[in-house]
Design a binder for this molecule. Structure first.
Ligand code: NAD
Length: 244
């Protein structure tokens, strides 16, 4: 029996990078997976790849900043699969500039996509996760939700907020059968890194390499599984030693 047989997982930002690796991993371990993203073609491709490997999946177009979109997405999941057991709040965007030149528009956008989305997602999925009897939420923060870097004020503020939003929700739901944990990746080789100098990122990482999306997906799958049945409110760092 696979770890996620009979369970349904929704992964935001599932069309790319860490979300895509997570959707594939959960499906490979038996979950029916909902890929939720604003990238329709890429999301549909992830679903096609999972189905091609005999997994069950569906794509939902979801802008994670849209509260009514969240309600529609959860409805669509319940209509198709009848339940929701795992929510992975993974979608995120970053800013790269110093505070003095960061615009209010950039701040608002990064906070909406990276922080408010986690609040909206947990709120929309709360009833279904409690009904699961085995609900689990994994919120993707960052090592930059724990330590600063000197730039990217909105990203750090949002990722730090996700860390404590996770802990307070974990306590609120601890007796309701829903575990809530956060994952804090270091530098992972995905499109979000853009044209950032990879050699510089490798040099700053004690293990001397970038992480792979599959290495984050492995931690997410652990937290979402029964192997982590007594783990809630935890912050799991997967950063090649960066914050050690
Ligand atoms: P990525 O750019 O490959 O994937 C992000 C996904 O989020 C994309 O598919 C994108 O379409 C989706 N997305 C963006 N805005 C959205 C919106 N409004 N609604 C729905 N989907 C939206 O990047 P990634 O590295 O896979 O990032 C995944 C998460 O991991 C993010 O929260 C990111 O902050 C976090 N993270 C990444 C790294 C890293 O080095 N790659 C490090 C720490 C944390």
């Amino acid at each position: 029996m696979a770890r996620f047989d009979g369970r349904v997982a929704l992964v935001t930002g599932g069309a790319s990078g860490i979300g895509k690796a997570t959707a594939s991993r959960l499906a490979a371990e038996g979950a029916s997976v909902v890929v939720a993203d604003v990238q329709d073609d890429a999301g549909a491709q992830v679903v096609a790849d999972i189905e091609g490997s005999e997994g069950a999946a569906m794509f939902v177009h979801l802008d994670v900043t849209d509260e009514s979109g969240w309600a529609a997405a959860v409805d669509a999941v319940l209509e198709r699969f009848g339940r929701l057991d795992v929510l992975v709040n993974n979608a995120g965007i970053g800013d790269t500039e110093p505070l003095e030149v960061t615009t209010t528009a950039t701040w608002d956008k990064v906070v909406a996509v990276t922080q408010t989305s986690v609040f909206l997602g947990m709120k929309a999925a709360a009833e279904a996760l409690k009904a699961s009897g085995n609900g689990s939420v994994v919120n993707i923060s960052s090592m930059y939700g724990i330590v600063g870097s000197g730039v990217s004020p909105a990203y750090h503020a949002a990722k730090g907020a996700v860390r404590l939003l996770t802990k307070t929700t974990a306590l609120g739901w601890a007796k309701e059968g829903v575990r809530v944990n956060s994952v804090h990746p270091g530098y992972i080789d995905t499109p979000i890194l853009g044209d950032t100098d990879r050699d510089m990122l490798v040099g700053a990482t004690p293990m001397g390499r970038l992480g792979q999306p599959e290495e984050i997906a492995a931690m997410i799958a652990f937290l979402a599984s029964d192997e982590a049945s007594f783990v809630t409110g935890a912050e799991m760092v997967v950063d090649g030693g960066y914050t050690a």
